[in-house]
Design a protein around this ligand. Structure first.
Ligand code: ATP
Ligand code: MN
Length: 428
């Protein structure tokens, strides 16, 4: 009976394991194989004089990254990884690997990210790369648990849509029978429809598609958005939920993913300090003005983000944005309509999330859609529920990959996606 490699301890007597041949070392009379499965590595030591002909034939034939089955006796030995080795009675090559490998799994030579992504299945055989996706999986689980525990309903909105959420050009058109359709860039409009439907608290974790042409280290053309929308809540309330969520994610990753963090050689995460500071947009611009030349009314681009992040040094919110540069659905302050109840959650390196209290008044919403140069006619399905008892509401969208990237200090957002889609990459 096969057991996970991790379960082979110095006290184990006999074991049968399945794994990939991580490393091979031949010292003449003695051969060493490091066998790897998703739980760990194990040294297999073959004293050539003491094993049968079948074992000898198999080890002559085996290449690195072949899948093998090894059964034999376990010996405690201090110098081996995990303090034990396996001496085979049986050694079978189950699935042979071609040589040379498109990517060196042992990483003697560091590979370019492009090479790694081309051979992603081999790349994620590396324990420290697999660890990213272990953490990602846990993060998604924690987020769902957190939101379910707070009474959120999980919804799924369509990804094939007729209208752009925010107008603009960042849309992928698709052929939809005789009509023109697009891949959705955000579940925004549908989340709001569900507020009109009386759902009160919804969340969705799903893909968003953005036809951004530029190649950056923090943009994907297909990303994962964690979205919430809450009725009878203002922007302060949903910022608090977001702050609580981020903290919970960091804490739980430390609790649940110690082995993965160790495999990545980053140790326990330092949990962000709370409360996250609320930095008014006007002050943010002042901080960035000298270094980057931005002025009031400008968007906060990458350079400004960085300049402000260096000063802030920890997660923070940028609040009170000019109405003009936020989407039409962000609610202006009653006493100062040039400023709206929108916020961005920032990691010192980049934006993680955008949100706001939303406009729930039909006529104001229609007016703001026009102000943005869009036509209310193409938003009819969206505007309709605002005439039938729409509650006040607020929400945000948080980029899953940016959360993982900043949490694990990854240099490129592509490292947080198994099969990233970017300007040049459509396979694998
Ligand atoms: P940025 O200005 O950094 O390009 P954005 O303001 O256009 O981001 P939003 O429309 O506010 O993005 O989307 C909400 C969140 O979704 C962002 O804060 C980010 O975390 C994530 N996100 C948006 N677009 C992308 C993308 N192309 N790749 C990865 N994540 C994205
Ligand atoms: Mn944004």
């Amino acid at each position: 009976m096969r057991i996970p490699i991790q379960e082979v301890t110095p006290e184990t007597k006999t074991a049968e394991v399945l794994g990939w041949v991580h490393e091979v070392r031949d010292l003449g009379g003695l051969s060493f194989f490091i066998i790897r499965d998703r739980t760990g590595i194990l040294q297999v030591t073959v004293p050539k004089k003491k094993v049968g002909e079948e074992v000898l034939a198999a080890i002559r034939d085996v290449s690195r990254e072949s899948l093998v089955r090894v059964a034999g006796t376990v010996k405690a030995i201090e110098k081996a990884p995990g303090g034990r080795e396996l001496v085979p009675v049986e050694f079978e090559v189950i699935s042979k690997s071609k040589s040379p490998l498109p990517l060196d799994v042992v990483e003697k030579v560091p590979a370019e990210l492009d090479t790694r992504l081309d051979a992603r299945f081999l790349d994620v055989r590396r324990p420290r790369v697999a660890a990213i996706f272990q953490v990602r999986s846990s993060v998604m689980q924690v987020i769902s648990e957190f939101l379910y525990a707070r009474g959120f309903v999980n919804v799924v909105s369509p990804k094939i849509v007729a209208a752009a959420t925010e107008g603009g050009t960042e849309l992928f058109p698709i052929a939809y029978f005789e009509k023109e359709a697009f891949l959705n860039q955000s579940p925004q409009l549908y989340k709001q429809l569900m507020m009109g439907a009386g759902f009160e608290k919804v969340f969705e974790i799903g893909p968003i598609f953005r036809a951004e042409e530029h190649n950056t280290t923090k943009h994907l053309n297909e990303a994962t958005s964690i979205d919430i929308e809450v009725s009878f809540a203002d922007h302060h309330a949903v910022m608090q939920i977001l702050e609580d969520l981020i903290i919970r994610v960091y804490q739980e990753v430390n609790d649940r993913c110690a082995a993965s963090l160790e495999a990545m050689e980053i140790g326990p995460l330092s949990v962000p300090k709370t409360p996250f500071r609320r930095l008014p947009y006007a002050d943010a611009i002042r901080i960035a003005a000298d270094a980057t030349g931005v002025s009031y009314g400008d968007d906060i681009g990458t350079a400004a983000e960085k300049a402000i992040g260096e000063i802030m040094g920890e997660h923070y919110f940028i609040v009170d944005w000019p109405t003009e540069i936020k989407p039409y659905y962000a609610l202006p302050y009653e006493n100062d309509p040039a400023v709206c109840k929108a916020f961005d959650l920032m990691h010192p390196r980049m934006e993680l999330s955008s949100g706001s209290q939303r406009v729930h008044q039909h006529d104001l919403l229609e007016k703001q859609i026009r102000t943005k140069g869009l036509s209310p006619e193409s938003f009819e399905f969206y505007l309709q529920p605002f005439q039938y008892g729409m509650p006040p509401h607020a929400g945000w969208g948080l980029g899953a990959e940016r959360l993982i990237m900043t949490m694990l200090s990854l240099g490129n957002i592509r490292e947080a996606v198994l099969f990233p889609r970017d300007r040049h990459r459509l396979t694998p």
